[in-house]
Ligand binder design. Structure first.
Ligand SMILES: NC(=O)c1ccc[n+]([C@@H]2O[C@H](COP(=O)([O-])OP(=O)(O)OC[C@H]3O[C@@H](n4cnc5c(N)ncnc54)[C@H](OP(=O)(O)O)[C@@H]3O)[C@@H](O)[C@H]2O)c1
Length: 214
């Protein structure tokens, strides 16, 4: 089993890579700055490029069985509009061309799912986020909407605030306003859930929220 990982150069990326390697999966990891993957040289394939480079995205995706994308806006200085949405559009198009079906994309409660109920804490958090970083909010929503519309076997994994903790396996999974979902998630728990989805089928074409369970 081989996974293409996009957005693997942030702090969650390290957890995803370690979790996937521990399961015996091979990985092709996309990076605009390969120095960020120095700790993994020789253990994963590193593909250098940016999200506007279709050939690089294709080189990373070719020969893989699933794509995990932890891509998310992490800069207030992005020069183009909705860079993640555009990048993920290219990833989806490349997956269609190469017939790679499984796509697991990190998202947040900024994307509202039809199965959600009303949940004041997450709505308040999203409203504040939208007020402060409108571009990032728009990019996250548009990314999720296009993943949802895509022909791939997608899962959107909606998450709250991350902290740099290990995988405990104690997580709540469900829909905002219907399931009690806290406002924190360890990066280890996120990584484990993402890698689990490569073979799991419970959340195919679904957008669960996940959070640490105390
Ligand atoms: N931190 C939180 O509390 C929180 C809360 C909700 C959701 N999230 C989401 O969870 C995921 C992991 O977060 P994290 O804090 O561990 O790491 P992060 O630093 O937010 O990871 C973002 C990843 O996306 C890549 N990226 C961002 N903009 C890009 C662009 N224009 N072109 C190419 N790549 C781009 C980054 O690459 P570079 O390393 O090259 O920048 C990095 O690999 C992200 O999707 C984030 O948005 C985080």
């Amino acid at each position: 089993m081989k996974i293409a990982l996009f957005g693997g150069t942030g702090p969650t990326g390290r957890h995803i890579i370690e979790t996937a390697l521990a399961r015996g999966y091979a990985l092709a990891v996309f990076a605009r700055d390969p120095a960020k993957l120095a700790a993994f040289v020789g253990r994963v394939e590193i593909v250098v490029g940016d999200l506007r480079d279709r050939d690089a995205i294709k080189a990373c995706t070719a020969g893989t069985d699933a794509v995990i994308s932890a891509l998310g806006p992490n800069s207030l200085k992005a020069r183009e509009k909705r860079p993640i949405t555009r990048g993920v559009a290219t990833i989806i198009s490349v997956m269609e061309e190469l017939n790679v079906r499984r796509l697991i994309q990190v998202s947040t409660p900024a994307y509202r799912d039809p199965k959600d109920g009303f949940d004041l804490p997450s709505r308040a958090f999203v409203m504040l986020f939208r007020l402060i970083v409108r571009n990032a909010y728009d990019d996250i929503r548009a990314t999720a909407e296009q993943v949802r519309r895509s022909s791939r076997d997608w899962t959107l994994v909606r998450i709250p605030n991350l902290w740099d903790g290990p995988a405990t396996g104690r997580i709540a999974i469900g829909w905002y306003g219907r399931t009690k979902l806290g406002m924190k998630l360890s990066r280890g728990n996120l990584a484990r859930f993402l890698v689990d989805q490569v073979t799991a089928t419970d959340y195919l074409r679904a957008a669960p929220g996940i959070a640490d369970r105390p």
